[in-house]
Design a binder for this molecule. Structure first.
Ligand code: 5AD
Ligand code: SF4
Length: 344
């Protein structure tokens, strides 16, 4: 075990069988050692700044049917909404005046926003609000569409791979294929986006091999960001009788991801903060360095319900967040905050 840990700390690389061994045999003492090294590595690269992203959920329409997600097409109980171009500009403008410079635009896979409409929104945002970074999180699209958004001014793109186990992926995502997911991620990288991938912890049929596969997948893809969150049950989905993923496991995989991809932007995800009121602190002390705060207008926030009791913090609660961060030696940073290889 010691040999594997030293290899991880020194080379930031492990083989599949070493990862499986580590995942299966790490006791509390080893887990704490891994966390300690992950945190120290984060500090050595990004210092004590926590990069804040302002998240705007602009549509909860979705044509997909992911088995775990409350926004899936077949869930008829969802009160669907779409923000207009003006509403989007107004929301971003308010947060821009407050000082935010990094915006994430997220939606279900909603074809209402055509290539032209979304490009127009991106161009307008970039024109009106100088110096912002725009991250899109809108799902699977064609190479041409991704290319158009990049040209319009989008800087980054989040598309979690969800699980790197192809069989598991295809069971959980009806009418989708893992191959197509990977195609999207490669296209996004080749187009020059800063790309975010990521996976869910505690999915049905996950085991140590599945989780090791996720880490190897990330190591090969080399994304700039990785979102890792526990599965949280939504009562109007096929997984309603299943159980939530574990926050402790999520922290462990967050630390391992930091050690394997030292420069990655690693958010402490909303799902972690939903399941654990100390999630923020736990996440940062495990190697996280990003936090997303919510920008969506209050009247639509409740409707973006991926899972039960989703706990979102508002961009306008920055003081409270900062107080908590300061207690553990960190501070919020609300400017663009690029991946270290992209900062000037
Ligand atoms: N629990 C946790 N995360 C979820 N997501 C969707 N549904 C759930 C759920 N029930 C995550 C997916 C997706 C991201 C936007 O939200 O990983 O990529
Ligand atoms: Fe749609 Fe995303 Fe939910 Fe899947 S996870 S149903 S793509 S919103």
């Amino acid at each position: 075990m010691r040999e594997i840990l030293n290899k991880l700390y020194d080379t930031h690389n492990l083989e599949m069988d070493e990862l499986v061994y580590l995942i299966e045999n790490a006791d509390t003492k080893i887990i704490n050692d891994i966390k300690y090294h992950a945190k120290a590595l984060t500090l050595s690269i990004y210092g004590n700044k926590i990069y804040i992203r302002a998240l705007l959920e602009f549509s909860n329409y979705c044509k997909r049917n992911c088995m775990y997600c409350g926004l899936r097409k077949d869930n008829e109980k969802v009160d669907r909404f779409r923000l207009t171009k003006n509403q989007i500009i107004e929301s971003v403008g308010k947060a821009y005046d407050f000082g935010y410079r990094s915006f994430v635009m997220q939606s279900g896979e909603d074809e209402f926003y055509t290539k032209d409409l979304l490009s127009d929104i991106i161009i307008t945002l970039k024109e009106n609000f100088k110096g912002i970074a725009i991250t899109l999180s809108i799902g699977e699209r064609s190479f041409e569409e991704y290319k158009e958004y990049k040209k319009a001014g989008a800087d980054r793109f989040l598309l979690r791979h969800e699980t790197a186990d192809q069989k598991q992926y295809e069971k959980l995502h009806p009418d989708m294929s893992f191959e197509e997911r990977v195609r999207c991620l490669h296209d996004l990288k080749s187009l020059g986006y800063q790309v975010g991938a990521g996976f869910l912890v505690g999915l049905p049929n996950s085991n140590s091999e599945t989780m090791a596969e996720n880490l190897i997948f990330l190591k090969n893809l080399q994304p700039h960001m990785v979102g890792i969150g526990p599965l949280i049950i939504h009562n109007d989905t096929p997984l309603k009788n299943y159980m939530n993923g574990s926050v402790e496991d999520t922290m462990f995989f967050l630390s391992l991801t930091r050690l394997l991809l030292p420069k990655a932007m690693l958010p402490v995800t909303t799902a972690v903060n939903t399941l654990d009121k100390n999630g923020l602190e736990k996440g940062m002390l495990s190697g996280g360095n990003v936090l997303m705060l919510n920008l969506s207008p209050p009247e639509v926030k409740e409707k973006y319900k991926l899972y039960e009791n989703r706990e979102t913090k508002s961009v306008y609660d920055l003081d409270k967040v900062n107080e908590r961060l300061k207690k553990i030696g960190y501070e919020a940073y609300i400017k663009r905050g690029d991946h270290i290889d992209w900062s000037i």
